[in-house]
Design a protein around this ligand. Structure first.
Ligand SMILES: [Zn+2]
Length: 110
């Protein structure tokens, strides 16, 4: 088991890297526009800049970098990611401090 800290910034940087490395699934004008906008950003971009690029390419107000706790569903700036590296069908939980404390109490922790 491995636990990692995930923040809006790390999530935005991972998303940028994923889009730029992806060779399929981003075809069409919108995908090409997103790729161009993200490639103009630094490797560790401001999360708001990545969200703005996404929204400029696809429209709407969807923010791919909102961090919500898997336990309580509330948004947070930083969460602990526990389990497998997140990807499609991975067994990963992303939890806030309050939910981690609650889980820890179940197994006799402080
Ligand atoms: Zn929570």
């Amino acid at each position: 088991m491995e636990a990692r800290l995930t923040t809006r910034r790390t999530r935005a940087a991972n998303y940028r890297a994923w889009v730029l490395a992806k060779s399929t699934g981003l075809s069409g004008d919108q995908g090409q526009r997103l790729r161009a906008l993200l490639s103009a950003l630094p490797e560790n971009p401001e999360p708001d800049a990545v969200s703005a690029a996404y929204q400029a390419a696809y429209g709407g107000s969807y923010d791919p970098h909102t961090l919500a706790c898997d336990g309580c569903g509330e948004p947070h700036d930083a969460l602990a990611e526990v389990g497998e590296e997140p990807c499609y069908e991975s067994r990963t939980a992303t939890l806030c401090a309050a939910c981690l404390r609650q889980a820890l109490a179940l197994v006799g922790g402080p």
